[in-house]
Design a protein around this ligand. Structure first.
Ligand SMILES: C[S@@+](CC[C@H](N)C(=O)[O-])C[C@H]1O[C@@H](n2cnc3c(N)ncnc32)[C@H](O)[C@@H]1O
Length: 342
């Protein structure tokens, strides 16, 4: 899929560990860090899990591209922080989904389109080599997310791609952040790596003032939606188990027409750090759970903290996954914000 030296996706937002350096000042150093960490506002994350099989059931590349585009739009509209694409495999085949060449699996395809659309337009040429799967992406409406900045726009943060070391032994790297000139950051990075740059207050691009590479979670912690991460899971239990957040998901919701019916205004979600909302494929989450050896004997209702029907009284016999994502994310908006009012 991707060339190995290019880093198309951002590093997962892992919660930082405290430094445990040796020496006399460690204690006060760690105390300060602890205090700072406690003071830092805990911004919750919302993840969605989407089955790769929805792509396998689409007859043409163009329709598959449009479907992937709808999921990317839904994720962005509802400020989703992570999209997990899952298969129904009982055995992991060493994550080869990421390295497929030529005709690729539904999962590889869906991840590629999601990642491509999430990437600011000015970085795509550098980060995404030409690929047959990208043939129809030009037809898709853009995500127009806050980090998809235009050349004339100034924002405290910008996504960029590292270009090259400024000059030998300078200890600095040039980064293309989509402005008329590359900026300098005071660290060495290999070329072709996606980074988030704190732009500082100096708008003069001719000045040599180095800027900082920061965690991609920083803008989000300050309240700006900064796109989503994309992760692969070989089955539904790996969605839960291989969570990229250090402490895992603390509340997991499954969606189904067989789920419990609760009015959105009555739904109570406990305050959470990392929420996951899972969607099923043609045969629903029930099938994903039945086919998963790690969940043998479990009923769908038991695999989730809540198993919900978010669209009761449906007029069509089936609600498609991509439709259910929009319907459900709208349904969850108020309960999620209520979870943080108390
Ligand atoms: C084609 S449906 C699968 C139909 C299946 N009978 C089911 O479990 O809902 C695909 C996915 O859309 C979502 N979905 C469909 N109808 C829903 C509903 N009324 N409430 C919540 N989610 C629904 C679920 O995630 C489901 O797995």
């Amino acid at each position: 899929m991707a060339k190995k030296n290019k880093k198309q996706t951002r590093d997962a937002e892992v919660e930082p560990e405290l430094n445990t350096k040796n020496g006399e000042n460690d204690d006060s150093h760690n105390k300060k860090k602890l205090k700072k960490k406690r003071m830092r506002k805990k911004i919750p994350t919302v993840s969605i899990a989407v089955p790769a099989s929805i792509i396998d059931n689409v007859p043409t590349l163009e329709l598959a591209t449009r479907l992937a585009g709808q999921i990317a739009r839904a994720a962005t509209i509802f400020r989703i922080n992570e999209v997990v694409v899952f298969d129904n495999k009982s055995n992991p085949d060493n994550d080869s989904v990421l390295d497929n060449v030529g005709d690729e699996s539904g999962a590889a395809f869906l991840m590629r389109i999601l990642q491509y659309l999430e990437t600011p337009q000015y970085l795509r040429k550098a980060l995404f080599p030409m690929h047959n799967s990208l043939r129809f992406v030009g037809l898709l409406p853009p995500l127009d997310a806050p980090h998809h900045l235009r050349k004339h726009e100034w924002f405290p943060y910008r996504e960029g791609v590292t270009v090259k070391e400024r000059d030998s032994n300078s200890g600095a790297t040039l980064v293309d952040v989509g402005l008329v000139k590359n900026v300098i950051v005071d660290q060495i990075f290999e070329p072709g790596r996606r980074v988030t740059v704190a732009m500082g207050t100096d708008r003069n691009l001719d000045s040599d003032l180095p800027r900082q590479v920061i965690s991609s979670s920083k803008p989000r912690e300050e309240g700006t939606y900064w796109g989503y991460q994309v992760r692969y899971a070989h089955n539904i239990s790996a969605v839960f188990k291989d969570c990229a957040y250090k402490r895992g998901y603390d509340f997991i919701i499954g969606t189904s027409e067989h789920g419990q019916i609760i009015k959105s205004s009555d739904l109570e979600i406990p305050s959470f750090r990392h929420l996951l909302i899972a969607f099923g494929g043609l045969a629903g989450l029930e099938e994903s759970i039945e086919e998963d050896d790690n969940l043998k004997g479990k009923k769908a209702q038991d695999a989730f903290n809540l198993y919900l029907n978010t669209c009761p009284h449906q007029g069509s016999r089936t609600i498609r996954t991509e439709e259910a994502i929009f319907i459900s994310l709208q349904y969850f908006q108020e309960p999620i914000s209520r979870a943080f009012q108390c």
